[in-house]
Design a protein. Structure first.
Length: 478
């Protein structure tokens, strides 16, 4: 899939280019156009023109029908999306075919269902009441779109997280200018083609490619014509975007980094806890913001848990690469740092050798560490790779203290057979989502987001519609 901008209904490739590299084997996939400031200006202008046209007067039912056409279009090109996702990210094909592309389809259908089933979300709610001492009045609120929305999506789940924002933004009646990660432009370009075929008016969805600081990302997030920003990515990048947004008091929705804990209590199902931690630490080679990097285990289970988790990590096959050589080197630098800080490497800690083309890619080994103090950088800082550190605890209060002693607060897992403990502990974990005896089990209607350095706001279901629209109160004296 050739990466192209999509601006005002036109595909274009103007601007300088940069190479796209396959992380699985290090080979070249093609060239990607870098959006200049002029390209970004054109995209924002096209989006604003679309809002002034027919799109700005669409009904909830019409927008729901448009979202269904997009969903059908993605489904019809399912294998193309899988191929593009695998090529850009290097992730296992099974992961792209069972999670990323189906969720993209589901995102559009979920918001179509929400609009069709609850059209008042796009229209009014009524509150009969009084207007001071002047008699009766009828108050009602009209939800209107924010306007031009900038959507910035990351490289780890490029299609899933792009559609997670684009679908509700369109559902609420906004026009979108999207910028995917420079590492993963292909599925975004393919989505633009699907949207073009779905018959949305020109300028409703626009796509620009490029880098972040001093480039397309900064041009977009600092643009005075952008009315809101939705971003998923690193916390440091989120802080930079917030500084850009502050100049225009632009509302932001951020899903940022995490250093997610798992709490394994003595009454846990040990088999389930080990297998669940394998999934939560090593899926997509740890390159998911929800992945577990800190594991706290009740002391009676600690030694057996470490032994079994290490054995499972050593036995893993078919895992994907890091997204780039730069990111591989970052993860390996943390492996070295862990040793310098005194860690015991239970499993992994280096780079694998495959004896085939994968040796030219950016792979690192799934790694299990123990023995570090909580003050160690390896324990404090987000690594975003297939690694976790395991430490023991003695009491429930200690487990909670360890879990919450972090600048991040995105997700957590709790493993216990005690229902009372589950209900007691989960609300006390400082995280936006807490899974009990599972991981990454998601209902698209529920709130998703983090606390502390892990984000601002919530996404999912009506929470996304609340961000992408604003209520206007109308008071009519009777």
């Amino acid at each position: 899939m050739k990466a192209e901008h999509y601006v005002g209904g036109v595909f274009r490739s103007d601007g300088p280019t940069f190479p796209l590299i396959a992380p699985a084997d290090g080979t070249g996939l093609g060239e990607v156009p870098e959006a200049t400031r002029e390209v970004v200006d054109d995209a924002v202008t096209a989006a604003r023109a679309a809002l002034a046209g027919p799109w700005g007067r669409t009904s909830a039912e019409e927008r729901a029908a448009a979202l269904r056409r997009i969903a059908d279009g993605v489904q019809a090109r399912f294998e193309e999306f899988v191929d593009a996702e695998v090529a850009d990210t290097g992730k296992p094909r099974e992961l792209a075919a069972t999670i990323d592309v189906p969720r993209a389809v589901g995102n559009f259908r979920a918001y179509a269902d929400l609009l069709y089933g609850r059209p008042e979300r796009a229209y009014t709610t009524q509150v009969p009441g009084w207007s001071g001492g002047s008699g009766q009045a009828l108050n009602y609120s009209v939800r209107r779109p924010l306007g031009v929305v900038a959507v910035i999506s990351p490289w780890n789940l490029p299609l899933l997280l792009l559609t997670w924002k684009v679908a509700p933004a369109l559902a609420a009646g906004n026009a979108v200018v999207a910028k995917p990660s420079e590492e993963t432009p292909s599925t975004a370009t393919l989505l633009a083609r699907v949207i073009a075929e779905a018959g949305l008016p020109d300028g409703v969805f626009n796509l620009v490619h490029g880098h972040g600081a001093g480039a397309a990302g900064e041009f977009l997030t600092a643009h005075p014509g952008v009315d809101a920003i939705a971003f998923t990515g690193e916390s440091a990048t989120g802080a930079a975007i917030m500084r850009n947004a502050a100049d225009h008091v632009t509302p932001v929705s951020f899903e940022l980094g995490g250093k997610n804990p798992a709490l394994v209590f003595a009454d846990a199902d040990l088999d389930a806890a080990v297998e669940g931690t394998v999934r939560s630490s090593f899926t997509h080679s740890g390159q998911i913001c929800l992945c577990t990097e800190r594991v706290y285990v009740a002391r009676p289970l600690y030694e057996e848990f470490v032994e079994r988790l290490g054995a499972r990590a050593r036995a893993l096959t078919g895992y994907g690469p890091m997204i780039s050589a730069e990111h591989r080197d970052k993860v390996l630098s943390y492996y070295r740092l862990a040793r310098e800080e005194g860690a015991t490497v239970v499993a992994g800690g280096g780079t694998p050798e495959f004896g085939d083309a994968r040796d030219g890619g950016y792979h690192v080994e799934p790694t299990v560490l123990t023995g570090l103090p909580e003050t160690a950088r390896t324990v404090r800082e987000e690594i975003f790779g297939p690694v976790c550190h395991v430490a023991p605890f003695d009491t429930e209060d200690e487990a909670l203290r360890l879990a919450n002693d972090s600048p991040y607060g995105l997700a957590a897992t709790v493993w216990t057979r005690d229902v009372s403990r589950a209900h007691r502990v989960a609300p006390r974990v400082e995280a936006g989502i807490v899974w009990v005896n599972c991981w990454n089990l998601r209902d698209l209607r529920t709130p998703f987001g983090g606390v502390k350095a892990s984000g601002i706001g919530r996404e999912g279901g009506e929470y996304s519609l609340d961000f992408f629209s604003e209520p206007v109160n109308v008071c009519i004296q009777i």
